[in-house]
Structures are given as C-alpha cells and as structure tokens.
Design a protein around this ligand. Structure first.
Ligand code: ADP
Ligand code: 5GP
Length: 188
C-alpha cells in the first residue's frame, strides 16, 4: 500500500461531539486538494445524510461479509454500531496521488498506524468534558440512550489518544483549524 504516491495518510479522531466534522469541514473549505475518506457504517443515516456521500450505509450482514472477505483496512465497533474503512478505496486514492484524511475512532486509527506507520494520527480534544457533553447534546442528532453510549466511550478514547502523534484542542474553531493546517503542512 502507498507504494507509488509518496502521499501521507492523515487520521483524525476525537470523541463524539468534540467538533471533528466542523473542524474538518472548515479545513476542507480552505484546503480543497484534500479529500475525506468515506467510511462504511451500520448506523442509521441522520437527517440529510446521503449514502455514498457521508457514509456507505450497510446492514450488519453486509458489514460482516466485508469483514469475512478481509475488505477493511480497519474496522471497529463504536457505541453499538460497526464502522470501517475499505482497503480498496484508500489504495485507489493514494495511487491517484490524492491527499486523504480519515475521520475515524481511536481503535481503528491505531490499527491503521500498525499497518501504515507513516500515517499521522491527530486527536481533537475538547476544552473540557462539560463542553464535550454540551456540544453532543446541542447537536440534537441523537436520542438520550445514544448520547449515553457515546459518552461512555470517552475515557477509553482519551487513553488511546496518548499514542497519537498530535493533539489539537477545539476551543476556538478558528484556532483549531489553523493548528490542524500547521500540523498537516509541516508533515507533508
Ligand atoms: P463530531 O463530528 O466530533 O461528532 P460536530 O462537528 O458534529 O462533532 O460538532 C458537534 C457540535 O459542536 C455541533 O453542533 C457544532 O456546531 C459544535 N461545535 C463544533 N466545534 C465548535 C467550537 N469550536 N465551538 C463551539 N461549538 C462547536
Ligand atoms: P458518527 O456516528 O458520529 O458519524 O461516528 C461515530 C464515530 O465513528 C466517530 O468517532 C467517527 O470518527 C467514527 N468513524 C467514522 N467512520 C469510521 C471508520 O471507518 N472506522 C472507524 N474505526 N471509525 C469510524
């Protein structure tokens, strides 16, 4: 993998509601040569999400078949659903010389690092746990049970984040985007 292009893979993680999507949207607006990998998931689409754009939405059976057929570069269970990145998709992007960013959770990110040590792992942290919960609730996209499941992942995520290459605190959005840009530019 990644033999021809010499491109680095950037992997962004952070607890649910920290603002990964918001930071990345702004980053991509300012850096249009980058593309965000489209993952597979078994969770239901949120309002406005489109299959093949935000995610490839799969049934659990379809997802398990892909696991059995060894189609994932990495996959993990998060808050009751499966999420994974297809090998074929990433290989194709790297061969085409695309600058690619994966936005995935911590267990999957560390699987990527094991297989591709040149991958750069960046963890987006909240200014406080209270802010994280307020943002997750304020988004109004999950019911209470789902919010609780997501919050119960935070401690383990912060522990795994110690193995990351960089940490960016998303307090001011502008500052977080600039820090991310600095890291990515410095690594290229
Ligand atoms: P994630 O992708 O990490 O789950 P989102 O990008 O959906 O998180 O952000 C969760 C909520 O927090 C959204 O309502 C978003 O508008 C808000 N948010 C994100 N970044 C900031 C920030 N720097 N300051 C204040 N609110 C933010
Ligand atoms: P959400 O359901 O909020 O879109 O995503 C939940 C979590 O799954 C987030 O931490 C997100 O980064 C992660 N995630 C999204 N796609 C993937 C993937 O392909 N692999 C892994 N391991 N995690 C993913």
């Amino acid at each position: 993998m990644n033999k021809n292009s010499g491109k680095k893979l950037f992997v962004i993680s952070g607890s649910s509601g920290v603002g990964k999507g918001t930071v990345l949207k702004e980053f991509l607006k300012r850096n249009p040569s980058f593309m965000l990998s489209i993952s597979c998931t078994t969770r239901n689409p949120r309002e406005g999400e489109i299959d093949g754009v935000n995610y490839f939405f799969l049934t659990r059976e379809e997802f398990k078949k892909c696991i059995d057929e060894n189609k994932f570069l990495e996959w993990a269970e998060f808050a009751g659903n499966y999420y994974g990145t297809k090998k074929k998709y990433i290989n194709q992007c790297l061969e085409e010389g695309k600058d690619i960013i994966l936005e995935i959770e911590t267990k999957g990110a560390l699987q990527v690092k094991k297989q591709m040590p040149e991958a750069v792992l960046i963890f987006i942290a909240p200014p406080s746990l209270e802010t994280l919960e307020a943002r997750l609730r304020g988004r109004h996209t999950e019911d209470e049970a789902t919010i609780q499941k997501r919050l119960s992942e935070v401690k383990a995520e912060l522990e795994l984040a110690k193995q990351y290459d960089y940490r960016v605190i998303n307090d001011s959005l502008q500052t977080a985007v600039e820090e991310l840009e600095k890291i990515i530019t410095g690594e290229q």
